[in-house]
Structures are given as structure tokens and as C-alpha cells.
Design a protein. Structure first.
Length: 477
């Protein structure tokens, strides 16, 4: 009744109240039990009276009947108490589960907010500086790099919005790759520097020259940890500095690297230091600055994911130090020159002589894609709607070498338009452009006749590489 899922409900007395809404079940059960008891008592009394009309019953029968009625009444009261208590407990449990679900949702939203605010602050700060001041080329490049790094960091966070939930359920796995520790440290510092500049906090680094630099780890998760720790240190420091130290720990067991972040802030009370990695725990100083109490909890979980740990030391009124330790994988041998060689060979691909038709209804995306492709030597033709794309292809004039089509075009969508093009026998490569990562959309694109699938935001090298791949295949054929 009213869509209640009875598979999750406790068994009801006689099944009579099974389809009654949960808040009304205790009353319903009481009336049901009361009705049954009254009926049983009345039937028993009627039986005694019927017997007494036919024969003379012993005098003991009437006191016995009264005693049985009393026992039935007591049993009724006891049954009513037990049934009502059970129903109320069941209702309280359901209410608690609902509240817990709402709290988990609130925590998830707070986590997203916490993760996004730091890079957004850096992007906004650098953008305001570029718009309001005359900067030299060096400062201009610095701010552009800051915006770029923060956008890449945001993209990684957007791709992993469910990471906290996955960690709790054991479903999140690290994406291991060859990682330069110094590069990740510098990226984290560049993301955090605008906030430190606002508070006039100095950021220092101390990296030993003989320390192992290249290891196998997840660079996104490592950067996420460092950005959280740096942001935490800056928030709790009103004056002085924040220092990040990178060391290699030489032990007789598995080798580890350690990255320590020390601040000259307010410090943490001794009775709070053991609880700072608990979700939602806020020290006295954290409450004063409005912290959500999630950053350190996330750091601890991600450190465990990377096979490491985080520890903290602090002196109240003098500052705190957080140390991240992760495995360095001694068996890993890496030549950094191979990365440089690979980058140089991949970025030199050209689209010279290639004609590309782009069906995209966003002016900003049109401008961006046109700039990327023309910089690689391509000739670009733009259309704004799916119908214009179909008309352009059917006209047969200036047939492009490849087409890029947004699947969410106004009017005639990109998937339908591409299906119409394929039905007309046109076989040129068509690549889908979309902001969706859902598997159902990818499958729909392949069924409609798309050759490949590119997810926005698309990096310049990814776009150029995909176009070169499909035009080269066409030319080879």
C-alpha cells in the first residue's frame, strides 16, 4: 500500500497489518490482538454458559472461569506491550537508517565542496590578477601555469567524485604510473601558493639532491593528499611559513619515501592529536576557521590506498608537522629520458592538409577546437546544428577528411544526425564529442556509426592525436 516495500518489513501478527503504513502498524496490531482476545474470551464464556444450561456445573467452575478470564486479560496486556514495543523499535530503526542515509549524503556534499574550493580559489585569484594588473611575461606565464595546473587538478577530482564512497566500500583502486615526486610537489605548491600569498605565508621546500625522484604511485591521489595537507597548514597559520620536506628513508626493510609538511601555526592540543584523522572531527582551531573536518580524513584514507600512512606531531601555539610515508618500489628502474623522447615524438604530429568539419553549438568550444586544430595545420569548417551537419555532408561540396560532432546538439542531436549520414552511405571518420562518461552514451555512439568517442574537456594533444590517427588510417586505406 502506498508503495511500501514489504520485503524489508518485519513479519506482522497474522499478516493482518502487513499492508498498513509503518507509523500506523503498532495501533493496527493492538486492535487486531485485542479483537482476537475478546473473541476468544467471549467464546469461552459462551461455552460455559451453554454447559450450565444443560447441567449443573460444580461450584469450582465459576471461580475457575474468572481466573481464566483474568489470565487471558493479563496475557492480552503482555502481548500488547510486547507487540507495541517491537513495532516501535522497528519504526525507530527505519527512522535511524533514513537519518544515517541523509547524513551520508550531507557528508558527500561537504567532501565535494572541500575538495573543490582550494583549486577554485587559485583559479579565481590568478584570473583576477591577470585581469586587474599589468604583469610581465614571467608573471603572466606563472599565473597561466597555475590556472592550468588547477584545472587539471579539478578535472581529476570531477572524474573521482565518488572516490570517498569507493574507499569506504573497498572499490577504489590506485591508478599507478611512473611519477616524478618533485613534479607532484611543485604542482601541489603552485595550486596552494595563491592562498598562501593572500595570507602572506611563505612556502618553502627542502628536497635532497640524492633522493629518489621517480617511483610508481598514483600521481593524482598523491597530489590530492599534498594539496589537502598544504591547504590545512595554510589555513591554520596566521604568520610565518609552511615548509615541505622530501626525504628518502633508508631502512633494512622495504624502502619508503617521506614528505613532511610543517607549519608555524596554532598547533593542536595533545588530547586532540589522536582524533584529527577521524571524519568530521574538528579541533578548536578548526571550528574557528570554518573547516569542514574532512580534509585530514581523506588524506589518511588515500595514504592507505597508496600503501602508506600519515602521522602528525604538534606543539600547541608553535605549529604542526604532518608526514606522509609511501613505498618507493626499489625494484623499479626508470630512465626519465624515455619520457622526454616520448613527449617529443607525440607532440610533433601535424594535421597539415587535413580538412575537419566540426559540429558544435557552444561558441567557446568552437573557438577552442578551431584554435587547437588550426595550430596543428588543419583547415576547420564549423556548423552549429545537427541539421546543418547533415546538409553539409549531403551537399558533397568540400568533403572533409574527418568530422567532430557534439552528440547533444540543439534540435537534431549528433547521434541521430550521424545515423542519418551513415544511412546515406558516407563513410568518413566521425568522432563524438560529449561531456558524458556514461557507458550507455558511448554504446549509443558506436551503434549510430561514430568511429571514436572523446570526452570533454579534451586536451589539445588528445584531440590532435585522435584526428591524426583516423585521418592516417583513412589515407592508408
Amino acid at each position: 500500500m502506498n508503495g511500501v516495500n514489504m520485503s524489508d518489513s518485519p513479519p506482522q501478527s497474522g499478516g493482518f497489518c502487513r499492508n498498513i503504513e509503518a507509523p500506523h502498524r503498532p495501533i493496527c496490531s493492538c486492535f487486531w490482538i485485542l479483537s482476537c482476545a475478546i473473541a476468544a474470551t467471549a467464546l469461552f464464556n459462551c461455552l460455559i454458559l451453554a454447559l450450565s444450561s444443560y447441567t449443573t456445573l460444580p461450584s469450582i467452575v465459576w471461580p475457575l472461569t474468572a481466573g481464566i478470564n483474568l489470565i487471558l486479560a493479563l496475557m492480552l496486556v503482555l502481548k500488547l506491550y510486547i507487540e507495541t514495543k517491537r513495532q516501535l523499535e522497528s519504526t525507530a530503526l527505519s527512522r535511524k537508517q533514513t537519518i544515517d542515509a541523509e547524513n551520508n549524503q550531507d557528508r558527500f556534499l561537504e567532501t565535494i565542496t572541500h575538495e573543490l574550493r582550494t583549486p577554485l580559489s587559485s583559479i579565481i585569484g590568478s584570473s583576477e590578477i591577470l585581469n586587474t594588473t599589468n604583469t610581465n611575461q614571467l608573471d603572466y606565464d606563472t599565473h597561466i601555469n597555475t590556472i592550468t595546473n588547477n584545472c587539471q587538478h579539478l578535472l581529476g577530482l570531477v572524474d573521482g567524485l565518488l572516490d570517498v564512497t569507493k574507499i569506504k566500500s573497498g572499490k577504489l583502486e590506485p591508478s599507478l604510473s611512473c611519477t616524478s615526486i618533485t613534479d607532484v610537489i611543485n604542482e601541489a605548491i603552485n595550486i596552494s601558493r595563491p592562498i598562501a600569498n593572500i595570507k602572506k605565508i611563505q612556502l618553502n621546500t627542502a628536497i635532497k639532491t640524492d633522493t629518489t625522484n621517480w617511483i610508481i604511485t598514483d600521481p593524482l591521489r598523491l597530489r590530492q593528499i599534498l594539496v589537502n595537507l598544504l591547504g590545512n597548514a595554510i589555513r591554520h597559520t596566521d604568520k610565518g611559513s609552511v615548509t615541505i620536506v622530501f626525504n628518502e628513508e633508508i631502512t633494512h626493510t622495504t624502502g619508503m619515501i617521506s614528505i613532511s609538511i610543517a607549519d608555524t601555526g596554532c598547533g593542536i592540543a595533545p588530547d586532540e592529536i589522536s582524533r584529527i584523522f577521524e571524519p568530521h572531527f574538528q579541533s578548536g582551531s578548526a571550528k574557528n576557521i570554518g573547516s569542514a573536518g574532512l580534509g585530514l580524513s581523506i588524506c589518511g584514507e588515500l595514504a592507505t590506498l597508496l600503501g602508506g600512512s600519515i602521522s602528525a606531531t604538534s606543539t600547541l601555539g608553535q605549529g604542526s608537522a604532518f608526514t606522509l610515508r609511501i613505498p618507493k618500489h626499489r625494484s623499479f628502474v626508470f630512465d626519465p629520458n624515455s619520457i622526454n623522447q616520448k613527449k617529443s615524438t607525440n607532440t610533433n604530429k601535424s594535421l597539415a592538409g587535413t580538412t575537419i568539419l566540426v559540429a558544435e553549438d557552444s561558441r567557446d568550444i568552437q573557438t577552442l577546437i578551431t584554435h587547437i586544430l588550426t595550430s596543428a595545420g588543419a583547415t576547420v569548417t564549423l556548423v552549429n546544428t545537427g541539421q546543418q551537419f547533415v546538409d553539409e555532408m549531403r551537399s558533397g561540396s568540400n568533403t572533409p577528411d574527418i568530422a567532430l560532432v557534439d552528440i547533444n546538439l540543439d534540435g537534431l542531436d549528433g547521434i541521430t544526425a550521424t545515423h542519418m549520414i551513415r544511412d546515406g552511405g558516407i563513410t568518413l571518420p566521425i568522432l563524438a564529442l560529449t561531456a558524458s562518461t556514461a557507458a550507455m552514451h558511448r554504446d549509443a555512439c558506436l551503434v549510430a556509426g561514430f568511429d571514436d568517442y572523446l570526452t570533454k574537456p579534451i586536451q589539445a594533444k588528445t584531440l590532435v592525436r585522435a584526428c591524426a590517427k583516423w585521418t592516417n588510417q583513412t589515407q592508408a586505406a
